[in-house]
Design a protein. Structure first.
Length: 416
């Protein structure tokens, strides 16, 4: 036997053992990786399950509070249509405080819920990233073993196997490797898409969280204002029914005087500004404060002072000192700074329109000024016992009127 033949035989045996061991090591490594991945995924799945259970619990509690909120609001509406007495008004004020407290608790639960949803999304992203890393390792192993097998020509592979059957099994094994690798690559693409979607959810939840925190802060301010409102009411009435009725009559007188003054001024000033107003274009209105809940509708049948005068306006919820903008361009007809009494700003527009902004706590314009639509003209008020609120107010808001040819009209028909 020649030395060259012995050497060739040695090399073939070595290659045979190397390939067999490589396949074995590769298989064992894949098994080990898969086992570890299963354990890790199982732990993450348990965490995700527990978080999602917490989220569900929070959602159920929020639903309970929403039902309670509906009951509170129904009770307020029932009280509003009943006879206007001190006890009724105190009940309404107390229930309004309950409504705000309920809303605060709901918001706090929503904040916790969103925090959990963020945690849930983060865990899902980590899980998918772990799967991607595992897939990358497996693909690497697939590529290495296929590369080693591809380096051998069919004759060498045939010599390395015990039989023709083993030879074809090895070819089948390689094809199976390629098939498995393609499956891993396909799964890799799916996992990457899942991560992309989860990250988008995460961004949306983080934005939602910021809005909820802002809403929570506003509701805390609202609660303080409602409590101050009730305390002021108790101080003014001294818990006396007769004092309460006196207060209502004073509010009626104050409102009647303001309405008469506005009608008279509007007519007089429109005549004076006739030429200037004719130059103006079509009158289109915008919201004078950020669009919000209307707390009292135009001619609202449940309005607290309905027994004494009609509510010829809409009350728009606005925190104390919210900037007020001109709903349309025009001339300032009157800036009424009445101290602790009812203050307002009147703007004369073209096409027979005028607007009134009531319970102003501060004004930035003066009589005769021309203002552009959207220009800040003052700050809202309405907190009882503060400048511009009047003898009694239902709390911080903007009282907004639109007049057309000397008659009050429903503002909601003209606002976007």
């Amino acid at each position: 036997m020649s030395k060259q033949f012995k050497f060739s035989l040695f090399v073939l045996c070595f290659l045979f053992l190397f390939l067999r061991s490589t396949v074995f090591v590769f298989s064992e490594k894949i098994k080990s990786n898969n086992k570890l991945s299963v354990i890790q995924n199982k732990n993450k799945n348990i965490e995700i399950f527990e978080i999602e259970k917490e989220i569900k619990d929070k959602m159920e509690r929020i639903k309970e509070l929403e039902k309670q909120d509906e009951i509170y609001k129904r009770n307020i509406e029932i009280k509003k249509v009943q006879q206007m007495t001190l006890n009724n008004e105190l009940d309404i004020l107390g229930t309004k405080i309950d409504v705000v407290s309920n809303a605060i608790e709901r918001t706090e639960l929503k904040i916790k819920q969103v925090n959990l949803e963020i945690q849930d999304a983060e865990l899902k992203i980590l899980r998918q990233e772990a799967r991607i890393e595992e897939a990358k390792e497996n693909v690497g192993e697939f590529i290495r073993i296929i590369y080693h097998l591809d380096q051998k020509n069919p004759l060498e592979i045939l010599l390395l196997n015990n039989s023709i059957s083993d030879y074809f099994n090895q070819i089948k094994f390689v094809k199976n490797l390629e098939y498995q690798m393609q499956k891993v690559l396909d799964k890799l693409q799916i996992d990457r898409q899942i991560i992309k979607e989860e990250k988008k959810i995460l961004e949306e939840q983080e934005l939602k969280l910021e809005n909820l925190k802002k809403d929570h802060k506003e509701k805390q301010i609202d609660l303080e204002e409602q409590e101050e409102n009730k305390n002021f009411f108790l101080k003014e009435t001294k818990n006396s029914e007769s004092k309460f009725q006196e207060l209502l009559l004073a509010v009626k007188k104050e409102q009647e005087q303001a309405n008469a003054e506005i009608i008279s001024l509007e007519k007089e000033l429109r005549e004076k500004l006739k030429k200037e107003l004719e130059k103006e274009k079509e009158t289109i209105f915008i919201w004078p404060v950020p669009k919000n809940t209307i707390t009292a509708e135009f001619n609202d049948p449940t309005y607290i002072f309905r027994k004494y005068f009609s509510h010829n306006a809409i009350d728009i919820r606005a925190g104390q000192s919210t900037p007020i903008v001109a709903a349309a361009s025009g001339y300032i007809g009157k800036v009424k700074n009445a101290g602790m009494k009812y203050s307002y700003i009147l703007i004369i527009h073209n096409n027979g329109f005028s607007t009134v902004y009531g319970h102003t706590s501060k004004s930035y314009v003066k009589d005769g000024d021309y203002v552009n639509q959207g220009q800040i003209i003052g700050l809202s008020g309405g907190m009882p016992g503060t400048p511009g609120a009047g003898r009694y107010s239902t709390g911080p808001h903007l009282h907004f009127e639109i007049h057309l040819n000397g008659n009050v009209v429903n503002p909601t028909k003209y606002l976007p």
